[in-house]
Design a protein. Structure first.
Length: 248
């Protein structure tokens, strides 16, 4: 029986730009205990900020779970603001490790991500941290903590903190719905003032459609979409994100 052990990022930090940074500000990072599963993964987010052109970041990747503990994915990101053309903005290598497998009331995982920006002035982003998930019947709750730092920049940046959370009702495999939120609080040891922090929340929907004629088939189409509203880079914004995966 497939078991969720979510990895999500609690990052408390102030985003410095609207380019494709670590996805923890736009997607709930999750992992499935499904040994041998591979996915072709398409994601995209768009931010709608007051008095600024819309920014859109599509991403395309490939993931693999060689065993029940380790999930790995490599994906490319592109960036567009307004009517400009899409341009490659980053390459990301994500590795997530399940530390528990249902033997405790709360599942725990470690999320890591290396993000290489094509703009050399922005260097390399590294984020890491714990992700926790628990369940109350059909209700699934995720709360996650994450730290991020950008290297190879001048001046050097300090470690930032971010967060993610989600509560969803698993009505059926094809339809799950709830609310999720993201936020950035500033330096890990000295949070920004309330006016400089960013917090967003809103509804989400997700589901899985199994393919294949046998119960053992790993083929599936997975989807997720959300629209959160609040502050992004200290400005009022709405952010729409979606994810579509083909698992096999």
């Amino acid at each position: 029986m497939q078991k969720f052990a979510l990895i999500a990022t609690f990052s408390l930090g102030l985003l410095t730009s609207l380019t494709a940074q670590a996805g923890s500000g736009y997607y709930l990072v999750s992992i499935y205990e499904n040994e041998g599963e591979k996915t072709i993964d398409f994601k995209s987010w768009s931010s709608f900020i007051d008095n600024r052109p819309t920014s859109t970041v599509p991403e395309l990747g490939f993931s693999y779970m060689p065993n029940k503990t380790w999930y790995t994915e490599v994906y490319a990101s592109w960036f567009r603001r307004g009517a400009a053309s899409l341009a490659n903005s980053a390459w990301t290598w994500q590795n997530d490790f399940l530390l528990t497998h249902g033997q405790y009331p709360v599942d725990l995982a470690l999320h890591t991500s290396f993000n290489k920006n094509t703009d050399s002035s922005r260097g390399v982003d590294f984020e890491f941290g714990p992700a926790m998930q628990t369940e109350f019947g059909r209700l699934q709750v995720n709360t996650n903590l994450f730290l991020e730092r950008t290297y190879q920049t001048s001046p050097a940046t300090r470690m930032q903190m971010k967060y993610q959370w989600q509560t969803k009702y698993r009505y059926r495999p094809e339809l799950e719905f709830g609310v999720q939120g993201f936020g950035e609080l500033g330096n890990w040891d000295s949070w920004s003032t309330q006016a400089l922090q960013s917090h967003r929340a809103g509804p989400m929907v997700s589901g899985t459609f199994r393919l294949g004629s046998t119960a053992e088939s790993q083929q599936a189409i997975k989807y997720e979409a959300s629209y959160v509203v609040g502050k992004l880079n200290t400005r009022h914004a709405g952010v729409f994100s979606m994810r579509l995966q083909y698992a096999f």
